[in-house]
Design a binder for this molecule. Structure first.
Ligand code: IPE
Ligand code: IPE
Ligand code: MG
Length: 256
């Protein structure tokens, strides 16, 4: 047989229908990447920014519409103040240097987290970046800073409680959908694929509610070394999962 017709060629696991719409990433291992090379932790964070830029491009190339990146957790304030300062500086300079390029590539940027604790000039930069890119539709990039899943649920509860207090919402009307609508991620679909680099197998207070049915992929690769091949490994892993959402395999596949 010389050639197969297109219809009979088996489909690659990275076919569109097996591709996650939303990938959420805990970018971990910058410090260990640096230590392994005898460099200061800051060098790892700088290389981490390069890996972020690469990841955004790689997701764009693979038609992944939503990418959410954990850049600074509620608990990261507990690090030495010099490192915290440097991370804030890096956030600011990355926004400054990359924003126009992102806008040219029709990337919409959102930032989630409790932003009030950051310097005013960073808050302004974030507001300007979100306003500039709000109509872009090619790729939705969300950066989580001073974000914690517990914070997110707490602020959602507070805001619902205020509505109940005002009488605009009945207590009995509080359901999963209403809670979701009050989370910082209310504009985003639920993550399909979660990736954590750096070898740890924990959620570290990331998207606690939103990850309820997300496929979890852990890799030992340190974040600065994460590249397109690593992403493809994660996508292949995802493509091999059967998402049952509580149903049986027979129900999902339609095969008795
Ligand atoms: C992730 O890398 C970046 C942030 C948490 C800001 P780490 O800085 O946690 O790197 P390790 O875990 O110490 O190697
Ligand atoms: C999680 O990494 C937070 C971010 C990547 C921003 P950490 O390095 O802070 O997590 P733990 O402390 O090891 O759980
Ligand atoms: Mg870490």
């Amino acid at each position: 047989m010389l050639a197969q017709s297109k219809q009979t060629v088996s489909r690659s696991p990275r076919d569109e229908d097996k591709r996650p719409q939303h990938i959420a990433v805990i970018m971990d291992g910058n410090g260990r990447w640096a230590r392994q090379r005898g460099l200061p932790r800051v060098a790892g964070h700088r290389r981490g920014v390069e890996a972020v830029k690469k990841m955004v491009g790689d997701c764009g190339e693979r038609n992944i519409p939503y990418l959410t990146l954990f850049a600074f957790s509620s608990e990261n304030w507990n690090r030495p103040s010099t490192e915290v300062k440097l991370l804030i500086e890096l956030l600011y300079s990355t926004l400054e240097n990359e924003l126009l390029k992102m806008h040219e590539h029709a990337i919409r940027l959102r930032v989630i987290g409790d932003l009030g604790r950051f310097p005013k000039r960073l808050q302004k930069k974030i507001a300007d970046a979100e306003a500039l890119t709000k109509d872009n539709t090619a790729l939705n990039v969300t950066i989580a800073i001073n974000y914690g899943g517990r914070w997110d649920m707490t602020q959602a509860c507070q805001s619902i409680a205020k509505e109940v207090e005002r009488g605009t919402v009945q207590a009995d009307a509080v359901d999963a959908e209403l809670i979701e609508n009050h989370l910082a991620t209310s504009d985003l679909p639920e993550p399909d694929l979660f990736i954590r680099t750096g070898g740890e197998k924990r959620i570290s207070n990331f998207l606690l509610w939103q990850l309820a049915y997300t496929e979890l992929f852990f890799t030992d690769v340190y974040w600065p070394d994460f590249d397109g091949d690593c992403l493809d490994q994660a996508l292949d892993y995802f493509a091999g999962r059967e998402r049952r959402f509580g149903q049986t395999s027979e129900q999902v596949t339609g095969v008795a």
